[in-house]
Structure formats: C-alpha cells, structure tokens
Design a protein around this ligand. Structure first.
Ligand code: FNR
Length: 372
C-alpha cells in the first residue's frame, strides 16, 4: 500500500534502473545535508489548539495575484524525461489539475513551449540557470511568449555538487550509456520499453528546455553545470529588465542575501539547499527559514523547499513564515512509481495530510497556521 512519500520512494526504486533512481534520490558528498533537511523538520513540533470550529477547512493561498488550492507547488527538477517519457508534461498537467504551480527546469528534456501546451490553463513558472547570458536571454523571451507567469533564477549551483553516486554509476551528460548503464536499463524491461516506444527516448534528447537542440557543447556545459560565475548582484539588472513579471531567487539561505535580494528588486525568495544536492555542509532549509523571513520583513513572499515529506512539514514551514513550499523528490517518486496517477496520489497525500494537520491544530485557514 502506498500511503506516504517514503512508500513511493521504495516503489520508485523498484520501477527505475539504478542510475536513474540514484540520480533522483542522491545528494552531495555524504548526504548529511539531505538528512538534516528531514531531521530538522522532524525535530519541530506544532502546538495544537482545541475546541475551535474546523468544520470548514480552507487551504487556499494567493501568490502574486493567483490562487493556489493548497500551499505547495512543484519544484523544478532537471531530466524528468528520464523517469518517464514526457515527464515534465505529466507533472505540469497534474499540477494544473490540482490547482497548484509547476516550475519547469532549464534542464528539461522538453521544449518549454511543449510543456506549456500540455497544461495551458495551469500556473507555470520557468526556472533559469545562467550558463551563457545570450542563451539565458533567449530562454527568458521564449518563456515570456509561451505564457510562463514567473521566473525563478537558481543561485545555488555556481558549480555542480559532488554527487558520488552519479560518478560511480557512470551517469553523466551528454548521455553516453556505459556497459553498466546499458545493463541496468536492460534489466528493467518496462522502463526500456517505455523509452523505446516514445520514439526518440528523452535521455537522448536533452534539449535544454528546447534551446539550441543538438548543440553538444551546450549540453556538455549544462550538465557539467558550467555556470556563469561572473553573475553577481550588480549584474542581475539585465534579467530584471528582460522579465517584467515576478522574478524569484531560489537557493539562498543567508539572511543578508535575502536583504540584498529585496534591495535589488527581487519579488520572491525560495529558501532552499537544493535538496542537499549542492553544499553538504549547508544548514537545513527549515532551519535557515526564520532568519530569512525576519530579514525580509514581509516585503516579498518567502517560499521554501528541501525535505518536505509530510503535510505537517508544510504546516511547520508556514508557521515559521513561509508563504508556501515546493516539493521535489516526492513527486518524482510518484511519477516513477505510477506515472500521472502516481503524481496525483502524492499531491493528494500532501493535501490530505495538511488538512488533517490543520484540523488537529484547530486551524481552519492557512493564515491560522502562523500562530501554531
Ligand atoms: C533538483 N533541483 C533542481 N533545482 C533547480 O533549480 N533546477 C534543476 O534543474 C534542479 N534539478 C533537480 C533534479 C533532481 C533530480 C532533484 C531531486 C532536484 C532541486 C529542486 O528544485 C528542489 O530544490 C529540491 O528537490 C527540494 O528538495 P526535496 O523536496 O527533493 O528534498
């Protein structure tokens, strides 16, 4: 029975070749940061109130003028097409069904226009990695034309984290199947058949969200995460100019960086350590959240991700000042385990758990959680 995120994780492990599961599940160095993300959530408690009217529960929040049915969204994750062909379209459609936003990674296997077309009525945000500024500029313009509502600049990958499982598995981009990878794929006939049936398998089709498809040097730059490390606060202005909508920074943890973000006209922050995939020595995101919230002083919304595994974790993040959270791996486990139905099931699990937590806390609206 698949009842929680960990159940879906175990099922995903069975459903995927090892190099794919390890890519999703893995973290940097010793996995200490990934572990802290969950341990610090577990160590937090919520103080319930009793005898309050919870006969009606309202989980909606409004973000940049748009209603979300529940206070969580889909975090941007690269190479979702490795899990299932068209993974990003499946995630985007599920998010639209659930009335929550989907963030598309720069490292998507699908052109951003195709993902938008898969759920034209949904809320979609575009995540940006800046490798080459002209390419970033083109992605931004395409995202604007396609109708993405917000731009998320990820700032915690100046260099790729040290993912030793990927190294051991010989998993790198551009994708070159090693004998070990070929063996792992072949021993998963369902995964291999699905990829084969999809025409050009997604892993052979790394398009950088559709940008310059086929440019091997670009693919190599992306996957080696050869970021433009000369991008600093003072040069952020060019992005601000080319994107008129909400511009968010994802992957900061320091309250002083939060203050600088407000000063530089950023519209929202996602406190995150990339699910423990970057700096293994980083604090958990939930630990870093309160100082960032204090530094921002309500001027822009603060979101968080990294380690959210239960509806009660969402309540804890909101109690500590988050507007909403983003889910990373749990939705990928759902996608791996059962495709579209699996994503729906994981989203429902988080919503149901949040509602139950709210009732147990005596909170009938999301705003009531701030006092928990
Ligand atoms: C990520 N993440 C990520 N973030 C980003 O800004 N761009 C990206 O391309 C990716 N790619 C990516 C791939 C995979 C497989 C994972 C697991 C994560 C980070 C992601 O947006 C988010 O910060 C974390 O996943 C949150 O942590 P949890 O919920 O997975 O613990």
């Amino acid at each position: 029975m698949l009842l929680n995120a960990e159940d879906f994780r175990c099922q995903a492990r069975r459903a995927l070749p090892r190099f794919v599961f390890d890519y999703i599940d893995g973290a940097a160095d010793d996995g200490a940061c990934r572990q802290r993300n969950q341990a610090d959530f577990a160590a937090l408690t919520l103080l319930p109130r009793v005898l309050r009217d919870t006969s009606q529960i309202d989980t909606t929040v409004t973000v940049f003028g748009s209603p979300w049915s529940v206070p969580f969204g889909v975090a941007p994750t690269g190479l979702n097409g490795l899990i299932r062909p068209g993974g990003d379209a499946l995630l985007a459609a599920a998010a639209a069904r659930a009335g929550i936003p989907f963030a598309l990674s720069t490292a998507s296997n699908m052109p951003l226009e195709a993902v938008r077309a898969a759920a034209p009525e949904g809320l979609q945000w575009m995540q940006l990695y800046v490798m080459h500024r002209e390419m970033a500029e083109r992605i931004v313009q395409r995202a604007r034309r396609a109708g993405y509502q917000a731009l998320v600049l990820t700032v915690d990958v100046p260099v790729s984290g040290n993912r030793e499982l990927d190294l051991r598995n010989g998993f790198r981009m551009p994708f070159k199947p090693t004998p070990q990878i070929a063996w792992e794929a072949l021993t998963h006939p369902r995964w291999s058949l699905r990829m084969a049936r999809s025409g050009t398998p997604d892993f052979a089709n790394l398009t950088v969200a559709g940008e310059d498809a086929g440019s091997a040097s670009l693919q190599a730059a992306l996957m080696a995460r050869a970021m433009d490390r000369s991008l600093v606060w003072e040069t952020l202005g060019w992005l601000r100019k080319s994107w008129p909508g909400p511009l968010l920074l994802k992957g900061l943890l320091h309250p002083e960086d939060a203050r600088l973000a407000v000063e530089h006209g950023i519209d929202g922050l996602i406190v995150s350590n990339h699910g423990g995939r970057q700096l293994d020595a980083a604090p958990s995101a939930i630990h870093a959240l309160p100082a960032v919230v204090a530094s921002v002083q309500g001027r822009i919304p603060v979101f968080m991700d990294s380690g959210v595994r239960r509806g009660s974790d969402i309540a804890k993040a909101i109690a500590l000042g988050a507007k909403a959270v983003f889910l990373g791996r749990p939705l990928l486990y759902g996608l791996a385990a059962q495709g579209a139905a699996g994503i729906d099931a994981v989203m429902k699990q988080f919503s149901d758990e949040l509602v139950r937590t709210m009732i147990l806390l005596g909170a009938s609206r999301i705003a009531d959680l701030s006092a928990a």
